[in-house]
Ligand binder design. Structure first.
Ligand code: BGP
Length: 486
């Protein structure tokens, strides 16, 4: 008789928590020796339909460097976590966080990206942040590069478009692994590595002067350099601190065929492959065959150094982490109705509701993705971003009643539990933006995700006071019950 126990709920030691990125929370962009980052020179443009970062030119970068105006560049001020981290981590601890995912600003450690020695004041800041986490038993989960790099590397060698950036990155990661050995147990190399095929935010490379074919070529080559850099970092991490675990990170886009028409199903399959390609390389250690066909069809010719394939093989990650916000619809027909939102997100799904920014809310899609990842890779999974961006309002009672956020999170956690019962090995869940922060795609403050409201508007006006929203108490209860009391 075949009889096995089905898990009943979240495992013991499950890593509940929240996630932020340096360039969206820290502020203090020119303090203690820090250099400018790519994230701090791009600003929101009027056209919300596309990621404005891609319009960046060498001239606009020069203009941004000369410009000291934080108001125009909200990512330079964040929510001043740099000076509030003790208060913020205490609030995370009050909710019972077991993990806090944060990123290190590369330009705090190497201000221009290529100095011979690291900036001690930058390292010291993260010593203090990690110590503060450990004071409360919170495990830091550290992203090494979250949508930014030292601007110096863009100016000098066009970011990841240049192979030389690999050496700058591995110098940086070596410093991190040595400094934080025994202090940081969980590392991630690149946030949403698939963003490199979308442009500047991922590659740190100016390509606005190129035609579409040349841009595609540049982005896949830049991505290849990131794959190699990531695999080298995995090897370094394993050598320097064998007890630590290091993962990759993908922006997951669960996709559905628009109809059962086989042409639509095939289009959706290709779309899914183009999303899973990144984790195929980082978890399996090699490029999947279907990408050979895709590269040939799209005129991409990758330049590989002789050792690259061996490096990828030797640099397989320990776990797979991903962000999940929404699902998409794919069709063979370009004329289907598109989802309207602030990102290019495929077809409209009539069965789903969308957030105020048009992101189609799909908790069941999370269960599908978890199952697909687990079936495909058999490595532990970690949801390191999920949440609802909303235009929260402070009410007359001085509170934020964000029951819509509670509903969103509850439905997703329920589906995580289903996936665990399906047999998926899920190690943790860090919601995006546990404290309000600057949005990655809009650079606005008013797209809020937090359990903690921050009194600051889109123009940077406000007291920066931290206020607990209704979801704060709810999440506290969820964590205390290990996901049972939803
Ligand atoms: C992910 C990024 C985050 C983040 C989040 C929400 O893609 O990793 O940095 O901000 O999405 O996106 P947005 O801020 O655009 O709402």
């Amino acid at each position: 008789m075949y009889s096995k126990t089905i898990p009943t709920g979240f495992p013991k030691g499950f890593l509940w928590g929240g996630a932020t990125a340096a360039n969206q929370v820290e502020g203090a962009w020119n303090v203690d020796g820090k250099g400018l980052t790519t994230a701090e020179v791009v600003k929101r443009a009027a056209d919300r339909q596309k990621l404005t970062m891609n319009a960046v030119t060498q001239e606009s970068l020069q203009a941004a460097i000369a410009d000291q105006t934080e108001t125009l560049y909200p990512k330079r001020r964040g929510v001043d976590f740099y000076h509030h981290y003790k208060e913020d981590i205490a609030l995370f601890a009050e909710m019972g966080f077991k993990a806090y995912r944060l990123s290190i600003a590369w330009a705090r450690i190497f201000p221009k990206g290529d100095e011979a020695t690291p900036n001690e004041a930058g390292l010291k800041f993260y010593d203090d942040v990690f110590a503060e986490c450990h004071k409360y038993g919170i495990e830091p989960v550290v992203t090494i590069s979250h949508y930014e790099m030292p601007l110096g590397l863009t100016l000098k060698q066009n970011g990841w478009a240049s192979r030389a950036t690999i050496a700058n990155f591995t110098r940086y990661t070596e410093v991190l692994f040595k400094r934080y050995k025994g202090i940081v147990k969980y590392w991630l190399t690149f946030n949403e590595i698939n963003a490199s095929t979308w442009g500047f935010m991922g590659t740190g490379a100016v390509d606005s002067d190129l035609d579409a074919a040349a841009q595609t070529q540049l982005r896949y080559q830049a991505l290849h350099h990131e794959f190699v850099a990531s695999a080298l970092a995995v090897q370094q991490c394993h050598q320097i601190d064998p007890a630590a675990k290091i993962g990759c990170m993908l922006a997951r886009m669960q996709t559905y065929p628009n109809t059962p028409n086989p042409a639509d199903v095939r289009a959706a399959q290709l779309q899914d492959q183009l999303n899973l390609f990144f984790t195929d390389v980082q978890v399996r250690g090699e490029y999947p065959e279907y990408m050979n066909r895709y590269f040939a069809d799209n005129g991409v010719t990758l330049q590989l150094a002789p050792d690259d394939e061996a490096i990828l093989k030797a640099g397989k990650v320990d776990y797979l982490s991903f962000s999940y916000y929404m699902s998409t619809v794919t069709s063979a027909d370009d004329n289907i109705e598109k989802a309207s939102g602030n990102l290019n997100m495929g077809g409209k799904n009539p069965y789903l509701k969308a957030s105020d920014w048009g992101w189609q809310i799909d908790p069941v899609g999370l269960r599908l993705s978890l199952n697909e990842f687990w079936d495909r890779y058999r490595v532990p999974l970690f949801i390191v971003e999920n949440g609802l961006g909303a235009a929260d309002q402070l009410t007359a009672d001085g509170k934020v009643h964000d029951e819509y956020r509670i509903d969103y999170l509850r439905l997703h956690i329920e589906q995580m539990k289903e996936a665990i019962k399906d047999g998926v090995d899920l190690m943790g869940y860090t919601t995006w933006g546990p404290i309000d922060l600057i949005s990655a795609s809009t650079s606005e403050m008013s797209k809020r995700y937090g359990f903690i409201y921050v009194d600051q508007d889109d123009d940077g006006q406000g007291s920066l006071k931290r206020i607990r929203k209704d979801s704060f108490d709810w999440y506290k209860k969820v964590i205390a019950s290990n996901g049972e009391d939803l």
